[in-house]
Design a binder for this molecule. Structure first.
Ligand SMILES: CC(C)(COP(=O)(O)OP(=O)(O)OC[C@H]1O[C@@H](n2cnc3c(N)ncnc32)[C@H](O)[C@@H]1OP(=O)(O)O)[C@@H](O)C(=O)NCCC(=O)NCCS
Length: 223
């Protein structure tokens, strides 16, 4: 059987998830894992089969030498993830997604390129997941939800129908969002929150019901 040779760009938790997922998929092989220049050792990679290369820019050589068939960017920092994707992957090699075989994806759901979807996640009919999104274990994305590119849905969070989430937002562990709520770009929903009204762009909300505690200002977070 011909295996798709995949490079993982990044070496943190998202890279570990993707390595494990491709390990479970018979026709995919992670042949290379690329880390930033300052990370010279990856102990966990010895469990899998990939080769560790230092420097994200080296992916250009892998593509030029026809050493890989596709790549996935696995970087937690959303802005960096988007930049590395645009610079080294988009239009240069196939953008691969890592979808755990125990995730449930409705046939009418739409997945953007380069997403990671972990075990137990359920993506319901007509939901849309944007490019590069990270969907953790046991997340529920209900029908007709729209999830922006680069967004991070942490373990066990639950989005009811028609929820809309902007680009590069985060909904942390175990938070719940009621139907039709809109969560803005780069917004953060704290662990365990219950979101019952819209969340503005660039804000942090926590609690039950969720209330705004911070806003991203010109110089970072302000209270
Ligand atoms: C939302 C979050 C990011 C805010 O972190 P922060 O900006 O450092 O916030 P602070 O620690 O300064 O807390 C500010 C206030 O909000 C409260 N608060 C923070 N997180 C809260 C939460 N999840 N639920 C309720 N209250 C919370 C704090 O108690 C504090 O209250 P106070 O001002 O009355 O003392 C963080 O608390 C959180 O929920 N992290 C989740 C991490 C997670 O799930 N990671 C999984 C990755 S896969």
């Amino acid at each position: 059987m011909t295996q798709k040779r995949i490079a993982i760009i990044g070496c943190g938790a998202q890279a570990k998830y993707a390595s494990e997922i491709f390990h479970l998929l018979p026709n995919h092989a992670v042949t290379h894992v690329l880390s930033p220049q300052n990370i010279t050792e990856l102990d966990w990679l010895s469990h899998y089969s990939g080769t560790h290369i230092i420097g994200y820019d080296k992916v250009a050589d892998l593509i030029a030498n026809n050493d890989i068939d596709g790549a996935i960017v696995c970087i937690a920092n959303k802005q960096e993830k988007a930049e590395i994707f645009a610079k080294y992957v988009l239009g240069k090699t196939e953008t691969v997604s890592a979808i755990h075989p125990k995730a449930v994806i409705a046939s009418t759901a739409t997945l953007g390129a380069g997403v990671i979807i972990n075990a137990g996640a359920v993506i319901q009919p007509l939901a849309t997941i944007g490019r590069g999104a990270m969907i953790h274990a046991n997340v529920i994305v209900e029908h007709d939800c729209s999830i922006g590119a680069w967004t991070n849905l942490a373990p066990g969070c639950q989005l009811a129908g028609w929820v809309q989430i902007g680009e590069a937002a985060t909904v942390f562990t175990g938070a719940s969002v009621v139907p039709t709520v809109k969560i803005g770009k780069r917004a953060i929903v704290g662990a365990g929150a219950a979101v019952i009204q819209d969340v503005e762009d660039d804000t942090v909300v926590v609690g039950v019901p969720a209330r705004q505690i911070k806003k991203w200002g010109k110089h970072g977070l302000t209270r």
